[in-house]
Design a protein around this ligand. Structure first.
Ligand code: GLC
Length: 648
C-alpha cells in the first residue's frame, strides 16, 4: 500500500544525505519506497504509534540510509550480480563448511592460508563460528559476545577478517557469520553500565528487584541448559537484581521491548552486512521476545522483528541472505520462512533440524517411517527459501520432532525416544555409537545427544576394537548420512572434521571453561598431520575425504539438486529405504538410501510411479548403468548403501 506521507519523510532524509534517487542510487530508492509501508507497519506493531515510536522510527530511516551509504562499492557490485542471478543461494553449486577459526586454522590469517584445502574438497562457503570478542571461560563457544564489532584477539583483528573476506570473494567463495541477537555477555559494555547502575542500560535487559516476575516467567519457560544453567534468571549482587539469563548465567537476554535495543542490534546487522557477509546466521531467534505465561519461544513478536530486519536488509544490503537458527518443533521452524503476506519474506534459510534428527532416528532404527511421517510438514517450505541441510553441527542433536510422527510410524514415543538416547549415548550394549547425553532434564525426561558424526556412526568403537569390518561399516554410514543430506535440497553444511572422520575429542574435560558442556567433545582441534592423510590412499581419512569430495562434485554437476521445490518422496515400498526424487526440466534423479544393516529390496515398480519410467538408470555414485527391471523383480541395496540414479 502506498503511503504518501511516508514517501515524503523518506525523501527528506535521502535529500539531506545527498542520495541520487534518480541516478546511481535509484535501485536503493526503489527498494526503500517498495518496503516502506511494510517497515512502517511492522515497526509500529511492536513499538506503537506514540512519541517514542515516532522518534525511533525516524532513527530507523536514518540507519537504513547510512548502512547503504557505507556499503563498499565491491559489495554493491556483488549485490547487483546476485540480483541478476535471481535466487543465487538455491543452486547446487554451493557447498559449505562450518568451523571454529582457532580450532581449524589457529587464527584468521592461518585460515586464509588454508583456502586451497576447501578448494580441494569443493567447499565454497564458510560459516565461521563466532569471531567477535567473547570472554574466555565464559564464552559459550563465542555466543556470549562482549563486543559485536571487535574481533577477539584470539582470532586476529577486524582487518584480518576483512582481508579473509576479500580473498574468499576473489576465489569465488561465500561467507557466513553469526549475529547473536538474543543476548550479550555480561561483560558487554551495556551490561557493565547496567551493573554500574545506569538506568538507561538496565532497560536494555530484563531485570527485576524481586522474584515476582521471574517466578511468573519460570513457571512456563523451559530450561535450555538444565544441568549447567538451571532456571532462567541469575541474581546479580552488584545491582541487587534478578537478570534474565535463558542460556548460561553469563549470557544476559536483551530486551527488545526497548526500541533502542532493536536499533542498536540492527546497526550491528548492517555492520556485518557491510563486512561482506553473504548469509547472516541469526542465532537463537526463537527466543527474542518474552512474555510471562508463555514458553517465551516462537512468539509472534519474534517473527515481526525478524520480518522487520529482513525488509530493512533488503533495502541496504540486498545481497545478504538471512538464516534463522530456530531449532524448534517442526511446524514452528516452518514459520521462520514467513507466513501469510510474509511467506518467503522473513528468513531466507532455516536449519533443517527436523530432518537432521530424523536421519539419526533412521540410522539407529534402520527404519525410515518416522522420517516419512514428518515430511508433510517439512515440504511446506516456500519456493525461494532454502534449508541448511546437515548431519552434524557444533550443537547437540535434539529429538525435536513430534510424538504423533513417531506414533504414525507405529512406535511408542516414550520408548522410541528412550531407545534413541540409549543407542547414541552408547548405553546399550548392542550399540556401535559413542556419544553422550546432553542437557538431561529429569523433570521432563528430555535429553539431547552430543558426539561427532564418526563416533555416532560407530567409528570410535570400531577403531578401539580394531575391527576392520566395523570400520568399513562406519564409513559407509558416515557417507550414507552425508549423501542423504547433500542431495535433499538446500545448502549442505559440513561440520569441520567430518570430511575426514574425526572421532570425539575428550580433552575438553580438562578445561574448566568447557568441561561443563559436553558439546565440546565434537568440536575437534584440527591436527594437520592427520589431515595430510587425506592424500594417502587406504587411510580412513582418505576414504572419507575423497568420498565427500565426490559427493560434492556430483551435486555440483546436477542442476536438479538445486533447491527449487523439486523434491518428491517415493512411495515407501520398503521401510528400510528412504527414496526421494529430484527433478528439474528433463533431469530426474532417484536418490535411494538403505538405512539398515541388511540387504534391502526395492520393487522396480517404485520407479514407475512418478511420470514416464526410464529404461536405464545411471548411478552417479558407483558410476554404473542399470537397466530397469520388471515389477516382480527387485533392485537390491547392500547394508547402508546409497544410489544416485539419473534417469536416462
Ligand atoms: C545457539 C548456538 C548455541 C548457543 C546458543 C546460545 O543455539 O548454536 O551453540 O549455545 O545459541 O547462544
Amino acid at each position: 500500500m502506498y503511503n504518501h506521507q511516508l514517501h515524503q519523510q523518506i525523501n527528506t532524509v535521502l535529500q539531506n544525505e545527498q542520495i541520487d534517487i534518480g541516478g546511481k542510487d535509484n535501485h536503493f530508492f526503489t527498494r526503500f519506497i517498495a518496503n516502506a509501508t511494510a517497515i512502517d507497519a511492522l515497526f509500529h506493531e511492536i513499538y506503537g504509534r506514540n512519541e517514542t515510536g515516532t522518534h525511533s522510527f525516524d532513527q530507523l530511516i536514518h540507519l537504513i540510509t547510512r548502512a547503504y551509504l557505507q556499503r563498499p562499492d565491491q559489495l554493491l557490485v556483488r549485490d547487483a550480480d546476485k540480483g541478476a542471478k535471481g535466487n543465487w543461494f538455491l543452486s547446487s553449486d554451493l557447498a559449505a563448511m562450518s568451523l571454529y577459526v582457532d580450532r581449524f586454522g589457529g587464527n584468521l590469517k592461518g585460515l586464509a592460508g588454508k583456502l586451497d584445502y576447501f578448494q580441494q574438497l569443493g567447499v565454497n562457503f564458510l560459516h565461521l563460528m563466532p569471531v567477535f570478542e567473547s570472554p574466555e571461560g565464559e564464552s559459550d563457544g563465542g555466543y556470549a559476545v562482549s563486543d559485536f564489532r571487535k574481533v577477539d584477539q584470539r582470532f586476529g583483528t577486524l582487518s584480518d577478517l576483512r582481508e579473509l573476506q576479500r580473498r574468499m570473494q576473489k576465489e569465488g567463495m561465500y561467507l557466513m557469520l553469526d549475529i547473536v541477537l538474543n543476548h550479550t555477555s555480561h561483560h558487554h559494555e551495556w551490561a557493565a553500565k547496567a551493573k554500574a547502575g545506569d538506568k538507561k542500560y538496565q532497560d536494555y535487559f530484563y531485570m527485576y528487584d524481586n522474584r515476582q516476575l521471574p517466578d511468573q516467567f519460570d513457571r512456563s519457560m523451559p530450561e535450555i541448559f538444565p544441568e549447567s544453567a538451571p532456571g532462567n534468571f541469575t541474581w546479580n549482587e552488584e545491582m541487587q537484581k534478578w537478570v534474565m539469563t535463558v542460556f548460561h548465567r553469563y549470557q544476559w537476554d536483551l530486551n527488545y521491548t526497548n526500541p533502542q535495543v532493536f536499533l542498536e542490534m540492527l546497526d550491528h546487522v548492517f555492520f556485518y552486512a557491510n563486512l561482506g557477509v553473504d548469509i547472516l546466521r541469526i542465532d537463537a531467534p526463537a527466543f527474542i521476545w518474552k512474555q510471562p505465561g508463555t514458553t517465551c519461544q516462537n512468539l509472534p513478536q519474534a517473527h515481526t522483528l525478524l520480518r522487520l530486519i529482513k525488509q530493512c536488509v533488503e533495502i541496504s544490503a540486498p545481497g545478504m541472505a538471512l538464516l534463522g537458527e530456530a531449532i524448534v518443533a517442526p511446524n514452528e521452524i516452518m514459520k521462520y520462512f514467513g507466513t501469510g503476506l510474509y511467506k518467503a519474506r522473513e528468513c531466507d534459510f532455516a536449519y533443517n533440524a527436523t530432518h537432521m534428527a530424523l536421519q539419526w532416528d533412521a540410522l539407529a532404527t534402520g527404519d525410515t517411517r518416522v522420517m516419512l511421517a514428518a515430511q508433510h510438514e517439512i515440504l511446506q517450505k516456500p519456493y525461494g527459501s532454502s534449508w541448511i541441510t546437515y548431519t552434524r553441527c557444533h550443537d547437540d542433536i535434539g529429538q525435536g520432532y513430534d510424538d504423533y510422527m513417531i506414533q504414525h510410524a507405529g512406535f511408542n514415543p516414550f520408548e522410541h525416544r528412550r531407545f534413541l538416547k540409549d543407542y547414541f549415548s552408547g548405553a546399550r550394549q548392542d550399540s556401535p555409537a559413542r556419544g553422550a547425553l546432553f542437557s538431561v532434564n529429569p523433570k521432563t525426561n528430555d535429553a539431547r545427544i552430543s558426539g561427532s558424526l564418526a563416533s555416532l556412526c560407530g567409528l570410535e568403537k570400531a577403531l578401539a576394537e580394531q575391527n576392520e569390518f566395523s570400520i568399513q561399516q562406519s564409513i559407509a554410514k558416515i557417507l550414507l548420512m552425508q549423501a542423504h543430506s547433500f542431495f535433499l535440497g538446500g545448502l549442505p553444511m559440513i561440520f569441520y572434521g567430518d570430511e575426514l572422520g574425526y572421532t570425539n575429542d575428550y580433552s575438553y574435560l580438562q578445561d574448566p571453561g568447557k568441561s561443563y558442556d559436553n558439546r565440546w567433545m565434537h568440536r575437534p582441534v584440527i591436527d594437520w598431520t592427520k589431515n595430510e592423510r587425506i592424500n594417502e590412499e587406504g587411510t580412513i581419512e582418505y576414504q572419507v575425504f575423497q568420498a565427500t569430495k565426490k559427493l560434492i562434485q556430483i551435486r555440483k554437476k546436477l542442476f536438479a539438486i538445486g533447491d527449487y521445490k523439486n523434491l518428491t518422496w517415493m512411495t515407501p515400498h520398503n521401510i528400510h529405504i528412504a527414496g526421494y526424487l529430484r527433478t528439474f526440466e528433463d533431469q530426474k534423479i532417484y536418490c535411494l538410501f538403505n538405512f539398515s544393516d541388511q540387504d534391502a529390496y526395492l520393487t522396480w515398480f517404485a520407479f514407475k510411479e512418478h511420470g514416464a519410467a526410464p529404461s536405464t538408470l545411471y548411478d552417479h555414485w558407483n558410476e554404473q548403468e542399470t537397466e530397469m527391471g520388471y515389477d516382480h523383480q527387485y533392485l537390491v541395496l547392500k547394508p547402508y548403501q546409497f544410489m544416485l540414479l539419473e534417469a536416462k
